[in-house]
Design a protein around this ligand. Structure first.
Ligand code: TZP
Ligand code: MG
Length: 207
């Protein structure tokens, strides 16, 4: 199984640009506790960056905003609009991702027609409040084994506290990719670090 997708999760366009300069081509805008007008402006600014780099823009939590600005897709968590409803609303052209912590979550999301699942958290992270139980390598290995046994082919992206040093081990679990925020956003050189993630993902993945 190839591990080759890198999602960069960010709150703003400037950080998205630094990551895109390093080669990131999947950006998820994750805005919390902002009024709708600010959120929309952040989304438009980030969309402009993504368009310049040919990057795919996903909006976290907010299918309506994704639809309004014509983003590429949306990522919905357990407290957001259900994935099936988002699919109904957005149709087949939008990318829909959903958050999972268990095999049952993955199954439900796959049935709802998501394009990918964000499975986590891998380890503790201060980036997200109300964190679900930590999965670790064993959790990923077991859930991906269950998915295969059940014939679920939905791509699974690991998330939560993931660093560059984790990519090699995570690749052994059958994940399709990783989603990171702090490891790139809080790096002293986000552009260089984004590039290192991409290099590492392809290194564990010889063609
Ligand atoms: N969902 C599960 S963990 C997480 C989200 C949005 C935060 C990921 O950020 P970081 O900084 O890479 O741990
Ligand atoms: Mg959410």
């Amino acid at each position: 199984m190839k591990i080759n997708t890198l999602h960069y999760i960010t709150t703003n366009a400037a950080a998205a640009e630094l990551a895109c300069q390093g080669g990131v081509r999947w950006v998820q805008l994750r805005v919390k506790n902002q009024p709708p007008a600010i959120w929309k402006q952040l989304a438009l600014d980030t969309q402009a960056v993504c368009r310049r780099y040919g990057a795919t823009l996903l909006i976290n939590d907010n299918p309506r905003l994704a639809q309004e600005i014509g983003a590429d897709g949306v990522h919905v968590g357990k407290a957001d609009m259900p994935a099936a409803e988002a699919r109904e609303m957005l149709g087949s052209k939008f990318i829909i991702g959903g958050t999972a912590n268990t095999f049952a979550d993955v199954q439900r999301l796959a049935e709802a027609g998501v394009d990918y699942v964000g499975l986590g958290p891998f380890r503790f992270t201060p980036t997200k409040e109300n964190l679900s139980p930590i999965l670790g390598l064993d959790g990923y290995t077991e859930i991906i084994r269950q998915c295969r046994a059940a014939g679920l082919a939905v791509p699974i992206i690991g998330i939560g506290g993931i660093t560059l040093a984790d990519v090699e081990a995570l690749a052994t679990t059958g994940l399709h990719g990783v989603a990171v925020s702090s490891a790139i956003g809080k790096a002293s050189n986000p552009t260089e670090t984004a590039g290192l993630f991409i290099k590492e993902l392809s290194a564990v993945n010889p063609i």
